[in-house]
Design a protein around this ligand. Structure first.
Ligand code: SIN
Length: 322
């Protein structure tokens, strides 16, 4: 961990004493390619978070601390990193001199980590996640602007809660959806609309900051192998329910089904899930549609407005803490 002030404002009296902590976890925002015209053939999670901050203009006078919590391509994000990240966030957020924490992350599982942190921490200070679609070495990398926008939100006086800032848009954690493989504006915000936008260093907010009753970092078992096993299945044409029996045999405790449309489940898969439910496995219905909530009653409880991947986290937490 390290602390620095930008050299042009080194005299202490002009320095903003409210520290922003930046936690790095990897992702394309920290990715590099040997060729500057290559926006896909790069390696994620190569550059340290300190180096990312050094490359940023416009932070004169802002006290910053950087800490590398992980260095992963977020497709490999998992329980260990989530646990470490939650603990480091809890630590920094409890420090009186810390105003906010920015978390750099990959875009691919941003919506999952954002939901996890929202439910576990629901902090009274801002935790602003950011990411990039293009590596740091790209001709037009989106990382620096996204980092600056995240800093702008982090410095907003009344800001609170976990959110994500990408492409000039501020997303509430539950509304965040990665919907495009390549475009710079790869994220959508579902039915609710954006939480806010960042325009030329100004935040224009439309809704309340995200808040909920936190589940508490202290309630997460230290041994992540004890966290409940929750699987995610997709109901699709010609689905083979054999996978449910395989999961049952391996001791899965919960299953989220990304159902068709309004969370409907193919007959054969439904029968297998009823067998699992009778054996004590908790089954939830989400939808494989990008937008909308699962409405009305069905054979299994609805995951409501959560995406299927977020519902998997929610069920894991509920099983863990019930
Ligand atoms: C990742 O999610 O770590 C790689 C892809 C990205 O950040 O866009």
């Amino acid at each position: 961990m390290w602390l620095y002030f930008y050299p042009e404002k080194i005299e202490m009296q002009s320095v903003n004493s409210d520290v922003i902590v930046v936690l790095g976890t990897g992702g394309t925002i920290a990715g590099t390619s040997g060729r500057e015209l290559d926006n896909v053939g790069y390696r994620a999670a190569q550059i340290g978070v300190e180096q990312l901050l050094h490359a940023l203009p416009g932070l004169a006078g802002q006290a910053l601390e950087a800490e590398q919590v992980a260095q992963v391509d977020s497709k490999d994000m998992g329980l260990e990193v989530w646990a470490r990240l939650a603990h480091r966030l809890e630590h920094h957020l409890a420090r009186a001199e810390v105003a906010a924490v920015v978390v750099t992350h990959g875009t691919d599982t941003l919506e999952e980590t954002a939901w996890f942190l929202h439910r576990v921490l629901a902090p009274a200070k801002p935790v602003v996640m950011t990411a990039a679609m293009r590596p740091a070495t790209a001709l037009l990398s989106d990382g620096p602007q996204n980092m600056l926008d995240a800093m702008t939100v982090a410095r907003t006086p009344d800001a609170r809660g976990v959110m994500a800032v990408v492409g000039g848009t501020v997303f509430a954690p539950g509304d965040l959806r990665k919907v495009h493989t390549y475009r710079l504006d790869a994220f959508a915000f579902g039915d609710a609309g954006p939480l806010a936008v960042v325009e030329e260093g100004q935040v224009r907010r439309f809704r309340e900051w995200p808040a909920t009753e936190p589940l508490g970092v202290g309630r997460l078992p230290d041994d992540t192998t004890l966290w409940p096993r929750v699987a995610l299945l997709v109901s699709h044409a010609g689905v083979d329910p054999i996978v449910v029996d395989a999961l049952l045999a391996r001791g899965v405790q919960g299953i989220v089904v990304a159902g068709t449309g309004n969370g409907t489940i193919a007959e054969a898969l439904g029968q297998a899930l009823h067998r699992a439910s009778s054996a004590g496995v908790v089954v939830w219905r989400a939808s494989r549609c990008a937008f909308g909530r699962v409405i009305g009653d069905g054979d299994f409880p609805s995951a409501g407005p959560l995406s299927a991947v977020q519902a998997r986290i929610e069920l894991m937490l509920q099983l863990m803490l019930s």
